[in-house]
Design a protein around this ligand. Structure first.
Ligand SMILES: [Zn+2]
Ligand SMILES: [Zn+2]
Length: 290
């Protein structure tokens, strides 16, 4: 849910709606490495590199980009982090080379039918799914990734990034835009394309950008030290909290308590943990069982 205070300023739309201005950002991004030793580009050098003859016209374009996307310092122009993100987003999203593997069967089994889960990279999204019961992971991965990495590596990296995202969200920071992120539960409905697990879901969302998705409540606990220790006692790595039969969402039971908190009981063999989190995901209590 986007708060009106966090909408994109009209200037930003206008600034980027022009080919020359995008080229200026691309030139500055390409100069990034050289800038460490040679500094950023002067007006004339930048104008030369973009290939514009009319200097007053070029100045007009620079003005449009200034402050939001370009900062002028000591007669040199450097890109802001927002400008570099724009370049990254366009380049990674429009890769037109050959993409290697697109789909492969994994060792992971569907909890409903026991058939192998299939990993698929679908241009902009990496999916791990049971063909009959739905998706257990859907993570944005741009087309360029599949050109130089195996699908197996991409799945592992997506899971690690997803875990880091949840950690960031639990600290109240959106992993995509660094705006304010929130956790709320219970979530009433889960999209049909999701692999439905017998657990209670939360919604994680950002007040500033598009981010919003359901997460099984137990999966919020992957970075809690006592949970990491419990898995470590069973020689299980943090990745085991996210996938397969040892996934937190599969070995935990969730009980919603009347004061708005949730009690998550994690059971691994004979041992376990009871963790109570409050409405925004903060751990209130954590107790070893067995
Ligand atoms: Zn299935
Ligand atoms: Zn955000």
């Amino acid at each position: 849910m986007t708060d009106p205070n966090w909408t994109v300023p009209d200037d930003a739309y206008a600034a980027l709606g022009d080919e020359t201005r995008l080229e200026i950002l691309f030139e500055l991004a390409d100069h990034y490495e050289a800038a460490w030793s040679a500094g950023w580009l002067s007006f004339s050098k930048l104008c030369d590199r973009v290939g514009v003859d009319d200097t007053s016209r070029f100045n007009y374009h620079l003005q449009k980009l200034q402050d939001e996307f370009i900062v002028k310092e000591n007669e040199q122009y450097r890109p802001t982090i927002a400008a570099l993100y724009v370049v990254t987003a366009i380049r990674s999203g429009t890769y037109d080379g050959e993409t290697a593997v697109c789909e492969s069967v994994t060792d992971e089994r569907c909890p409903h039918c026991d058939q192998p889960m299939v990993a698929r990279h679908d241009e902009h999204l990496l999916l791990l799914a049971c063909p009959d019961h739905g998706t257990t992971l859907g993570y944005p991965v741009p087309p360029v990734a599949a050109s130089h990495q195996s699908l197996e590596t991409l799945v592992e990296l997506a899971l690690r990034r997803h875990a880091a995202d949840i950690e960031s969200i639990r600290r109240g920071v959106c992993p995509y835009c660094w705006g304010p992120a929130t956790i709320s539960f219970p979530r009433e409905t889960i999209p049909e394309l999701y692999l439905q697990l017998e657990t209670v879901y939360a919604t994680v969302a950002c007040e500033a950008c598009w981010m919003s998705y359901p997460v099984p409540i137990p999966s919020l606990l992957g970075s809690v030290p006592a949970v990491i220790a419990l898995y470590d006692d069973h020689d299980l790595t943090p990745l085991a909290m996210q996938r397969g039969s040892t996934a937190l969402s599969r070995v935990s039971e969730v009980e919603l308590l009347e004061n708005g908190t949730a009690e998550i009981t994690i059971s691994l063999d004979e041992t376990g943990l009871a963790v109570v989190i409050d409405g925004d995901g903060t751990v209130e209590r954590c107790q070893r069982i067995g």
